[in-house]
Ligand binder design. Sequence first.
Ligand code: ADP
Ligand code: MG
Ligand code: MG
Length: 201
Amino acid sequence: VEPRKQALIGGLIDACRAVITANADHLSELDRAIGDGDHGTNMRRGCEAVYAERDRIMTLPLPQALEQIGFTLVMNIGGAAGPLYGTLLIEIGRQMGKNGEHADFPRVLEYAVDAVARRGRAAAGDKTLLDVLYPVYTEVLRRSDLAGIAEEAERSAKLTFGMKAMRGRASFLGDRSIGHVDPGAMSCALLTAAVCRFLKE
Ligand code: ADP
Ligand code: MG
Ligand code: MG
């Protein structure tokens, strides 16, 4: 694997870990309002597990590295978000791997986001991280620039405030879930923005 690609993988791992570390308390606070208060802790555990494997992951080609990060997230995040973020990265890696350098990224992302939706049996508007992933996919399809994608992710996470949760723990609250930002949507927006900022540099 070329040094430049190794640096890309390492940099992405570090950027994601940094944004989760900085926002873990906020994410858990959002989860306390409509869930069980552990989303920040869960995400931090996942990022630390990936960080512990950073050196080994950096020796892998990008598709395999993403797949490996996905497996590590599934095994370590715990809670609903683990299999969902895990599925996203595993499927991005697999779809990229199939087409190598010629992978059409919007198609890759479309496939991966649909896989997350199947995994969670969730749809757009259910007040989950999919309410960030679908808009991000749309921006990628439109070939928006990185700043535009990050902005749309953050705007979309805020829009979950008015939604009623249909999946996950927050759905047990019914109408009382309205009036709170979904923690998974917020972590997804933060991660998207962190990845976009890193790629822009
Ligand atoms: P848990 O609810 O098990 O404690 P987390 O707190 O880590 O897990 O993650 C909660 C987040 O996971 C929610 O805010 C939501 O965005 C997402 N989520 C939960 N269940 C589903 C689902 N079935 N489909 C899609 N996303 C979901
Ligand atoms: Mg939780
Ligand atoms: Mg939990």
